[in-house]
Design a protein around this ligand. Structure first.
Ligand code: CMP
Length: 140
C-alpha cells in the first residue's frame, strides 16, 4: 500500500555530515521526500515526541541526546514506506544492524543510532502530525 512514514536524522548523523548520503539512500529505495526540515528540538518537543517511552530507563538519555544538536525531520512516501524505511535503517542497536544499513554504517551506539523511523502506519500518522501541519506535507 502507498504509505507515509516519519523519519528523523538524529544529531549524531547531522554532525557527521551524512544528511545527503542518507537522503540518497531513501531516494534510491524509491521513497519520496514529501516534507523536510532541520530543527533543534526543545526538551519539551523531544519529551513529547518520545512520550510512549517516558517510563523506560533510557528515556532521559534519549531526550538529552535528541536535543544535543539539530535534527533533520522528513516525511517519506512510497509503497510499504514504513517497513521499507525501517529496513534501510537497520536494527535499533547498531551492533545488530545488517551490513549496508544506515545504522550499521553511521551509528555509534543504541542512543546515537543515526536515525528514527515510525514503527507502524498508525504511529507514523501521529508522528507526522507532531512535526508537520497537513498543508506542509506534499503528495508525491
Ligand atoms: P528510536 O527509533 O528513535 O526510538 C527510541 C530510541 O530510544 C531508539 O531509537 C534508541 O535510540 C533509544 N534507545 C536507547 N536504549 C534503548 C533500548 N534499550 N531499546 C530501545 N530503544 C532504545
Amino acid at each position: 500500500a502507498l504509505e507515509r512514514t516519519l523519519s528523523i536524522i538524529k544529531p549524531d548523523a547531522v554532525a557527521k555530515n551524512v544528511v545527503g548520503e542518507i537522503y540518497s539512500r531513501f531516494e534510491k529505495a524509491g521513497l519520496k521526500i514529501a516534507a523536510s526540515k532541520m530543527k533543534h528540538l526543545s526538551r519539551r518537543e523531544a519529551e513529547g515526541f518520545y512520550a510512549v517511552h517516558r517510563e523506560r530507563p533510557f528515556f532521559n538519555a534519549l531526550v538529552e541526546f535528541m536535543i544535543s544538536g539539530p535534527v533533520v525531520v522528513q516525511v517519506l512516501e512510497g509503497e510499504n514506506a514504513v517497513l521499507k524505511h525501517r529496513d534501510i535503517l537497520g536494527a535499533t542497536n547498531p551492533k545488530d544492524a545488517a551490513p549496508g544499513t544506515i545504522r550499521a554504517d553511521f551509528a555509534d551506539s543504541i542512543d546515537a543510532n543515526a536515525a528514527h523511523g515510525s514503527d507502524s502506519v498508525e504511529n507514523a500518522n501521529i508522528e507526522i502530525a507532531y512535526f508537520f501541519p497537513a498543508t506542509d506535507v506534499y503528495a508525491r
